[in-house]
Design a protein around this ligand. Structure first.
Ligand code: DGL
Length: 270
């Protein structure tokens, strides 16, 4: 059994949606999380830049002797879908787990996808879904204001700014009569309750963070590298910008105080 940590990275704190679920389903695992807070957002950048950043993020995790890497970022998973192929450890992004979950959930065959501009422009979800289930109809829409809302802690369903933004972006899906919506960016599950309130119960929301964590667990099992530790695993957090803001929002989000557990790393020099 393997006690080496699992490496998780994202452009910011959205990838914590994967960490939160990993801690629930694999409590004995050690985790190294890297949030590239100094360079967020990735979603408005070129494919070349996103690849360069993702490569540096993964090199940092590999320097921590991780046994698996999870790109907990919809943008990296979409724009650089092949980036895990040359790694010395197992890898997953969020694209495949979320696509499979949506195909299994839909009854009418109409799936909506929301993501960053880079994710939507890449057409990655449509390609992946239709490669598995060619009859599916896929409707995609970018929601560029969601990430800054989440990164700044605007997530309450009672906040009119959040509610109006959700309505503005998601109303067209009601006309398209989807019954399943992929939250194709790892920041978006943090807005799940407000999205669900607007769309209603008849539309199933696919939480990329949750699906990716479960998919990662199956990869660890297939490779026989699940930790058998009975102790609760340690989670180490690294960011490329100031640690204070991240600690505050991440702590609320994870439900534990992580002040003092976040370390700054100069990612550009790796
Ligand atoms: N974490 C990114 C994603 O899942 C969103 C934030 C960004 O644009 O970097 O696509």
């Amino acid at each position: 059994m393997n006690k080496r940590p699992i490496g998780v990275f994202d452009s910011g704190l959205g990838g914590l949606t994967v960490v939160r679920e990993l801690r629930k389903i694999l409590p004995g695992e050690n985790i190294i999380y890297f949030g590239d807070t100094g360079r967020v957002p990735y979603g408005s950048r070129s494919a070349e830049t996103i690849r360069k950043y993702a490569k540096q993020d993964m090199d940092f995790l590999l320097s921590g002797n991780v046994k698996m890497i999870i790109a907990a970022c919809g943008t990296v998973s979409s724009v650089a879908a092949d980036i895990g192929e040359s790694l010395p450890v197992p890898y997953t992004g969020v694209l495949k787990p979320a696509s499979i979950a949506a195909i299994n959930a839909t009854k009418c065959g109409k799936i909506g996808v929301i993501g960053t501009t880079a994710t939507v422009n890449s057409g990655s979800y449509k390609k992946t879904i239709q490669s598995i289930a060619p009859d599916m109809e896929v409707f995609s829409r970018d929601c560029p204001l969601f990430v800054p809302l989440v990164e700044n802690g605007f997530t309450s369903e009672d906040d009119p700014i959040v509610a109006l933004t959700v309505e503005r972006y998601l109303a067209p899906f009601l006309d398209e009569k989807i019954d399943t919506l992929i939250l194709g960016c790892t920041h978006y599950p943090i807005l799940k309750s407000v999205i669900s309130k607007f769309l209603g119960d008849s539309i199933t929301l696919i939480d990329t963070g949750k699906e990716t964590a479960h998919y990662a667990k199956s990869i660890l099992e297939e490779n026989s590298i699940v930790s058998d530790s009975k102790d609760v695993g340690k989670c180490s957090f690294f960011v490329s910008d100031r640690t204070e803001g991240f600690s505050a929002i991440a702590g609320v989000f994870l439900g534990t105080d992580i002040t003092g557990e976040v370390t700054h790393v100069d990612i550009g020099t790796i």
